[in-house]
Design a protein around this ligand. Structure first.
Ligand code: HGY
Ligand code: MN
Ligand code: MN
Length: 397
């Protein structure tokens, strides 16, 4: 709740966007808690934040656990923050008891998971996993034209002398605790979710170009109206893609119309599409169909598609899933195995090391909204399971 006040909105939500002044303040808050527990802090060239509990074998690849501190513009208090603070709490509990892990145990906050201010999301974990180069990431711009590179330099300047860890250093394992952001655990009255994987996702930016014109004098038959073309494209996509089957998720969440003046025929429309499906062949087919429909309905305007993310469904480490299930059982928490419908940094860590996720329920299954809420007993249950699993991975020899 203290962290939620940083970027907190009057309606009870949080607006703490990637590399913003609010996120820099959140870093100060988390670093303060880390130093109170005698833990070390570090960053890297991609703006990830690390909190370290040193282990006895400094050659062994560390175990990492965390999530992200950035939020959606009108986001909630738990998405991301929960996983970072649960991991910090585990390190604090071990440090307070003088437990020296066999290898470094590190809590992490990945840079720009949400992809709202800067697209695409998951820049910090993608840079760490080598999915995208740092140069490509630094070149991305927000709506004001500010580059990630400049914002990263401002972040690092706020913490002079903060040690930098190398991107892509080997890892022993990765665990992420997160609210489910869906209705399943609450509906089935389970406390812990053992996440089997993350559904596949394609995001892309679509630009429609036409010609400006006078709204009162330009004949309808002579127009190349970009918004009219968008309307045809969107209608076809909602029908053919959005209604394809009960599992598909199709969203146009970002739309720009230019020049956006009531008496000028629009000549440019930019939309961002978010398409998700658990089955990889269906996702690929729907992605291809989407491109055909954009081209077909754009006429007489031009259309250009810029792919941003193309991430297939993944499967998390089965041994880690067993450890989570056993820990939940031993602690008396009813659990359930489920696929994650929301995306997470763990998707990229899974390509580097054995990775898994622990879910807790969120009220009404809602997230990315100010009403997002998780019950304290579920928050602590997830952290207890995380402690038990992480301890088994780093237990002193
Ligand atoms: O969009 C997502 O799935 C994640 O919550 N950022
Ligand atoms: Mn998240
Ligand atoms: Mn999110």
């Amino acid at each position: 709740m203290t962290l939620a006040d940083i970027g907190g909105t009057s309606s009870g939500g949080v607006d703490r966007q990637a590399l913003s002044a609010e996120e820099i303040e959140a870093w100060r808050c988390v670093m303060g808690w880390a130093r109170e527990a005698d833990l070390q802090v570090a960053t890297d060239d991609a703006g990830n934040l690390f909190v370290i509990l040193r282990g006895s074998d400094q050659k062994a690849p560390p175990v990492l656990s965390g999530s992200h501190l950035d939020t959606q513009p009108g986001g909630g208090r738990f998405d991301g923050a929960y996983g970072v603070l649960a991991a910090l709490e585990v390190l604090t509990v071990l440090a307070e008891r003088g437990v020296k892990p066999c290898r470094d145990l590190i809590a992490v906050a990945w840079m720009n998971e949400e992809g709202s201010r800067f697209a695409p999301g998951m820049m910090g974990s993608e840079a760490y996993a080598g999915v995208r180069t740092l140069e490509e990431i630094r070149a991305a711009r927000d709506a004001t034209g500010m580059t990630v590179g400049k914002a990263l330099d401002q972040l690092h300047a706020a913490f002079p002398g903060l040690p930098r860890r190398p991107l892509g250093a080997p890892l022993g394992a990765y665990l992420e605790a997160h609210i489910e952001q869906g209705p399943v655990l609450e509906a089935q009255r389970r406390v812990v979710g053992i996440v089997t994987g993350i559904q596949g996702k394609q995001t892309l930016e679509v630009e429609v170009r036409g010609d400006k014109g006078h709204a009162g004098t330009l004949a309808m038959s002579a127009r190349r109206d970009a918004l009219a073309a968008f309307a045809r494209i969107a209608s076809a996509l909602y029908t053919e893609i959005g209604d394809h089957d009960p599992q598909v998720k199709f969203t146009i969440g970002h739309l720009c119309v230019e020049p956006n003046a009531p008496s000028i025929v629009p000549d440019r429309v930019v939309m961002r599409i978010d398409l998700r499906h658990p089955d990889n062949s269906t996702l690929t087919a729907l992605g291809a169909r989407l491109r055909v429909l954009c081209a077909r309905h754009a006429t007489p305007c031009q259309v250009q598609l810029m792919p941003l993310v193309d991430a297939p469904s993944n499967i998390f480490d089965t041994l880690l899933q067993e450890l989570i299930e056993t820990a939940a059982f031993r602690l008396g928490y009813p659990s359930l195995r489920l696929l994650s419908a929301a995306g997470h940094d763990a998707r990229h860590l899974a390509s580097l090391c054995p990775s898994a996720m622990i879910f807790i329920p969120c009220r009404g299954g809602v997230s990315h909204v100010q009403e997002e809420w998780a019950e304290p007993e579920h928050v602590s249950a997830g952290a207890n399971v995380l402690l038990n699993v992480l301890f088994q991975l780093v237990r002193p020899i």
